[in-house]
Design a protein around this ligand. Sequence first.
Ligand code: HEM
Length: 526
Amino acid sequence: MESLTQPPKLQSSISLAFFSFAAVFLVFSLLLVVLRWRRWCTCDICCAYMSSSWADEGFENLVDWHAHLLRQSPTRTIHIHVLGNTITAEPATVEHMLKTRFDNYPKGKTFSSILGDLLGRGIFAVDGDSWLFQRKMASLELGSVSVRSYAFQIISGELRHRLLPLLSSVANSPHQAGSCSVIDLQDVFRRFSFDTICKISFDVDHRCLELGQPLSEFAVAFDKASRLSASRALSPSPLVWKLKRLLNLGLEKELRRAIRLVDVLAREVIRQRRNGGASASGRDLLSRFLGSTDDEQYLRDIVISFLLAGRDTVASGLTAFFFLLSKHPHVEAKILEDISRATARGGIEDETCEEGGVSKEREPTFEQLGRMEYLHAALYESMRVYPPVQFDSRFAVEDDILPDGTFVRKGTRLTYHAYAMGRMEEIWGEDCLEFRPERWFDKDGVFMPQSPFRYSVFHAGSRICVGKELAVTEMKSVVAAVVPRFRVEALVDGPTPKFASGLTASIVGGLPVVVRARHPTECRSG
Ligand code: HEM
């Protein structure tokens, strides 16, 4: 009889013990959070941060408030004690953190634990030898002529067969009296950059931008996994999301499911490739990395990091660019001149219509893109004003002293603020708040690159973005194909967009735009 009655008792004691443990853990975590907040100062910055009063003071975004504080600080460095975060917009400090004392400021455990479940041992989440190995491999591959020309071919195909026909169909859709078809350009660019980076990385076409196609399972799962991973950073304390993960609750449960799906689908592609299912091109990054490791999980981690790196950053940069262009028609006119000069063509009247209502002649070659210096400057300028990665952090391994004399305690989070740096008069002059591509040229009209410690949009030092050239080529290709054909009008009130929190800058609610064909004879489908 005993043996029949004991197991349920045992079970209920185990559940009771488990729930008591969970409850104690939860209370303890909350206590820690409160203590952490209370322990520190009641300085103005911390109070404003805690009460979100910066929003009442008229700042549209948290980053605008940071930029305001950093501009006021004599050292261009501030401390948000309640977060243990030291934020800087001083180029000498950025150089100290990302180059001079590189070894003292790794990504650290906090960052790798936030993204670790999705990225595993991928380049973004690791430090040390594993990072160095992937860094060398990535620089070699992304710098190779073969991968570059493959990537350019992918971008051109996605433009010709998907993006331009889509815009053409919107521009040509019958408009009601007084109203036009409105699309979310941010969403369009996200789909475009996801298709592109998946083809470059895996040689798999997810067709996210194809008219009338639902998003692929992989695209949905990847989007969810990256969004939910990033939202961990918003927890008042890492203990909160870690506890939820332990108990498999709420968003952590959804995140686990999304990551599982990403894993299954990514592994499937890798397995097929290993078993001889060669990609059509053999020039995608996965094909090239296959030879460097037998570890399937590691390969998955490497390639997933590329997807994260190349998707939202490019989409964010393009979205902000078209927002700014819509508000600066004189810049748009100069870009049109630049494209026309670089491609050395006549007026658009000469052009013929081709498949999908898209004229072939206007697609610039790689060499022609290289000659578009004004467009190059305009893209750099738009990312100065609205960087896709607004700020980025590292964690001090040992106590340190910054060049301005600021003491940094071991474990402190040190953040460089690319968004605020773009708003510093000492770096960009009195007109730093203006969108002015001309600032990138010297008096002879030659493009002047800036030190990455001043223009930190692509990071700086040893971990500077390895996909920078690819990103700029992709963005230039899009602008050079879209702007001569369409006039894009952003329907956003106010001088600046409202940004959502996340790893990359994205506009809350997207970027609604109206697209109009630039010329009456612009090719019409059908
Ligand atoms: C406008 C577009 C882009 C911007 C603004 C950008 C910016 C950045 C930034 C700020 C970092 C440093 C992140 C960190 O370490 O915390 C970074 C790293 C990186 N980026 Fe980009 N990126 C862009 C596009 C791309 C693309 C298209 C790719 C590749 C396909 C790429 C690949 C990488 C990789 C692999 C790293 C890690 C480098 C390392 O840790 O050594 N990026 N990027």
